[in-house]
Write a protein that binds this ligand. Sequence first.
Ligand code: DQA
Length: 148
Amino acid sequence: MARILVVHGPNLNLLGERQPEIYGRQTLEEINQSLLALAAAEGVEVEFFQSNHEGAIIDRLHQARNVVDAVVINPGALGHYSYALRDAIASLSIPVVEVHLSNLHAREEFRHRLVLSPVCRGQVMGFGPYSYLLGLRAAIHLIREGAR
Ligand code: DQA
């Protein structure tokens, strides 16, 4: 069975209570539950990792390297400046799909800069928690396409 790692970056553990006018009221646990339901319906396995620490996320990606078939990542603010995370993603041979809840192009200038995007296969943003579901669907599609 295909395995997909879903990574949630800094501050996403606070979803539900953190700036709900921007990020909505769903908690991270609720988002993970909806991803589990989609994964079950599609016959894939998902696993989750959340960390507020750049290095811990990089370590987790290294571990996943030869174990999972794709990664879906919401890097949080790391997406705007982490070259270390960019290098980690670039070193993976599996597809990585970047997701964001909010539409970053409609927000502050500093959020327009996305340093991971060039090394990810694609991005989904602006659809709230549904961005994650679309991101997971994209990852499943890429795995199936690759297996063909
Ligand atoms: C975010 C957008 C980032 O700019 C922000 O730092 C986050 C969440 C999003 O999902 O919209 O933590 O990645």
